[in-house]
Design a protein around this ligand. Sequence first.
Ligand SMILES: Cc1ncc(COP(=O)(O)O)c(C=O)c1O
Length: 420
Amino acid sequence: MTPAAVAPLIGRSSPPFDLDRIRADFPILGRRIRGKPLVYLDNAATSQKPQSVIDAVTRFYTAENANIHRGVHYLSERATAAYDLVREEVARFINAPSSRQVIFTKGATEGINLVAQSYGRPQLKPGDDIVITAMEHHSNIVPWQLLCEQTGAALQAAPFNDHGELDVAALERLLTPRTKLVALVHLSNALGTINPVKTIVALAHERGIPVLVDGAQAAPHLPVDVQDLDCDFYVFSGHKLFGPTGVGVLYGREALLEQMPPYQGGGDMIATVSLQRSTYAPLPAKFEAGTPMIAQVAGLGAALKYVESVGLGNIGAWERELLAYATDCILDMKGVRIIGTAEHKASVLGFVMNEVHPHDIGTILDNEGIAIRAGHHCAQPVMERFGVPATARASFAFYNTLDEVDALIAGLATVKKMFG
Ligand SMILES: Cc1ncc(COP(=O)(O)O)c(C=O)c1O
């Protein structure tokens, strides 16, 4: 090693786990892209999967495949037990009081749509409000807009400041006797802001208003305790949590889930069916019509085990290092502006560069094997608020390294040179 190669390593912090071993658990991280080692910094879009998750899905199809809740044979009983066990594990992961309050969905988006249609649609009427924030992902905007079109209710959005921090006082002013639900993001995918969810839940509950929390980005990075947050609904997606695509979770307060009608009809969600009428299964089956995502749930179970073995405390600590280091490096670059500078933020670094479209940044970095996201990140109102059409976004996971941040910064220097 030359002194130059050694120098940057001096004083660099290291994670509270064996990063080389962790990286070896994720086969894709060993890939080369366009002849360069893959630097995967698009974790907010979807995260990579450890071998144990891949093995759990493969094992299911190789040795355990059967439909659940409807067979008396060995494989079906085994598959049913395994599926139900993951529900218990999810309940533990988010500290839900009971696994009856854990509904498997196909992702965060479906969880929000389920609440909009099953909780909101039967009771909202003209004159009612739903309060969201201006930093929501489209999946926590559009389902409420559809609901407003269906019921005549109105959507109100609380603003955020130039750092991307929610204006809690403005949100509080939006809470009126007309407000029937608050829905807000826990960790913004476009800004990285961590919202003061517990405070907002308390403000809403003082007025008897239930709160849905979109935890799609939070669940992979922060410990989530739904009882401590005291939220009424919490949604997240498996694929951002190192699990498979096509599976997610809706947690709900039991009294609310009990009063809500089914979201979809079909097999498995019924108690009895006649040609005149049907009665519905108890929770959670009432909300899981049809054959569910059995293999994906097996993968999600393995993902939770993996995350717990590393520890969300350790994950958060290392991701804070990565974010702080990347932020410092970017602040040192002339002509680069960070979008999202909240005091409390995690894992997401959005930025724009003078005179360079984010798509060009993304394409040039891709040539170096570096995967970032460029675009509006399904958060167009955030782009509008900052007066930009798009941003470039690097988003970190615990398997990322400081060397990968250096590769990103070197790639950005190349971008600057090309557009210089
Ligand atoms: C904050 C946030 N909410 C919701 C979603 C939607 O998640 P999914 O597409 O997995 O349903 C995303 C996805 O990027 C997100 O970042």
